[in-house]
Design a protein around this ligand. Structure first.
Ligand code: HEM
Length: 484
């Protein structure tokens, strides 16, 4: 054996011994988890590659007793919603981990999503928040109506042709058009029937890249440099910058209000780069999340005809009572339908969009979570897929899709609401939650009012791939018109 190989083997041996000793001395050594995860991040890294991360984490929690499982020597998943309140809640000292750094270019500024510093971030968030406040989201109804009108037109054509379509694809096109129309006043993916400016593939690439490389964040800089430049990313980013510049020079005016208009009005607080980052974060955060939720709701309604029927009755009656506005159901009408809101909540509970445990660094001084002491700097998080059907939080029938659990004001409803966190909670919760509910409420009310969807799922259950968010596989669907 050559001396070089001997040296390499000796180094590898020393490395393994060091890892074994560290594990034996680790106060958390009794926390269960995959064998390799005791010594290395490799298990955690590889588990992110096959697009089944959400299932893997849930299975680990089913396999091992106790709410805490180890994913690597420094990363832990905790299936406990009281712990979620502790980690993410209003006065948290926990900060986003370095996993988030892989969701931005190493040369670029932090975006709303990737900023890891709580103190800095709280000032940043204030600048953006007004565009997403509850009272402000309805000013985007015109933009949303435009997209919803187009989606309904396309679905009507598909129904008339009596052909099948991929529901996931059309809902995804709709969500990208909607968020771009609302943020910048442009994008025509539905009209063109293709990924205009490569914006969908850019979002996809960044989700997959961020989720995988974020598990070895210190390598991000090097991996990013070595990867060939992504043309689609340049295309979409260049398009956003160009449209924004035209807007600020007054050369391009969309017919309806956009986030860019709102932010341009506060130029003393926001630079052009701030506005660009706000648009980028909105498109990243508010596209796939919304489309997946809409697909999940239609899929679950298809599987539960009794729920669909009840919802149809409510929506039909509301339209009879209040009429349509610009040919569509207004948000004002749809938001006041308790059963619709219950269906949305229940769907988001039973099939959460977020597929990872949003990772947070344990703060200075360490903390005790679920009875274990975690030292400062370890990474912890609660994965919605590991708690979604836990009877402790949502009752004995937590595994059943039952929107009624959200109706009324009883103790059960209060408990459900307390543990319902699809948008996370605290200072880093979803900044676009009102916008998301606005969009989903409008879309579901309108689609259920106009169409019957007959979805075909080959193996009975819709399968999902996951790279930080779940995404449904192709969902073949036949559409029938409920009215002309
Ligand atoms: C059904 C739809 C949506 C769901 C389920 C959802 C869920 C979430 C969750 C759980 C987080 C926290 C993630 C983390 O801590 O890593 C988050 C953050 C975020 N979301 Fe959403 N979201 C949705 C729609 C939207 C929309 C429409 C926007 C558009 C503005 C948006 C923009 C953002 C941004 C910018 C963040 C980062 C906020 C921060 O770090 O403080 N989301 N979202």
């Amino acid at each position: 054996m050559s001396p070089r190989i001997q040296l390499l083997l000796a180094l590898a041996f020393a490395f393994c011994i060091k890892r074994i000793i560290s594990h034996l001395l680790d106060p958390l050594r009794l926390v269960p988890g995959p064998f390799l995860a005791r010594f290395s991040r490799l298990w955690y890294l590889f588990s992110s590659l096959n697009g089944r991360g959400h299932e893997t984490i849930s299975k680990l929690h089913e396999k091992y007793v106790g709410p805490v499982v180890r994913l690597s020597p420094a990363d832990y998943s905790i299936a406990d919603l009281d712990v979620a309140k502790q980690i993410y809640g209003p006065r948290t000292a926990y900060e986003k981990s370095s996993w988030y750094s892989a969701f931005r270019s190493p040369e670029k500024e932090y975006t709303i999503f990737t900023d890891q510093n709580n103190k800095h971030y709280s000032q940043v968030r204030r600048k953006y928040a007004n565009a997403f406040s509850l009272s402000n989201v309805t000013q985007y109804e015109g933009s949303l109506n435009k997209c919803l009108g187009l989606l309904c037109q396309r679905f009507t054509e598909i129904a008339n042709e009596k052909s099948e379509c991929d529901l996931s694809q059309w809902c995804r096109f709709f969500a990208f058009d909607s968020i771009c129309q609302m943020s910048i006043g442009d994008l025509k993916v539905m009209e063109l029937g293709q990924d205009q400016h490569g914006i969908i593939s850019m979002a996809q690439t960044s989700t997959v890249y961020g989720n995988v490389v974020g598990r070895i964040p210190e390598w991000h800089h090097w991996i990013w440099k070595l990867l060939p430049a992504d043309k689609s990313e340049k295309g979409a980013i260049a398009w956003i910058r160009e449209t924004m510049a035209k807007k600020s020079r007054g050369e391009y005016n969309s017919a309806t209000t956009t986030f860019t208009d709102v932010w341009l009005q506060q130029e003393e607080k926001m630079s052009r780069e701030d506005i660009f980052l706000g648009i980028a974060a909105s498109v990243g955060g508010g596209s796939d999340t919304s489309y997946v939720t809409i697909v999940n709701i239609i899929y679950l309604l298809g599987k539960h005809p009794e729920v669909l029927e009840k919802l149809q009755v409510d929506i039909d009656e509301a339209v009879k009572r209040e009429g349509l506005r610009e040919g569509l159901i207004s948000y004002e009408t749809a938001r006041r339908l308790p059963y619709l809101q219950a269906v949305i909540k229940e769907s988001m509970r039973i099939i959460p969009v977020v597929a990872v445990q949003p990772p947070r660094f344990v703060p200075k001084g360490g903390d005790t979570l679920a009875g274990h002491y975690f030292r400062e700097g370890l990474t912890v998080g609660v994965n919605p897929w590991s708690t979604r059907m836990n009877a402790k939080y949502f009752g004995d029938d937590a595994h059943i899709f039952r929107p009624e659990r959200w109706l009324g004001e009883g103790e059960e409803v209060k408990r459900n609401e307390y543990y319902h966190m699809p948008f996370s909670i605290g200072p880093r919760s979803c900044i676009g939650r009102h916008l998301a509910i606005f969009e989903i409420t409008k879309a579901i009310a309108q689609l259920v009012y106009l169409f019957s969807f007959h979805v075909t799922v080959p193996e009975g259950e819709l399968r999902y791939r996951s790279y930080s968010l779940v995404q449904p596989d192709v969902l073949r669907c036949r559409i029938e018109l409920r009215r002309q």
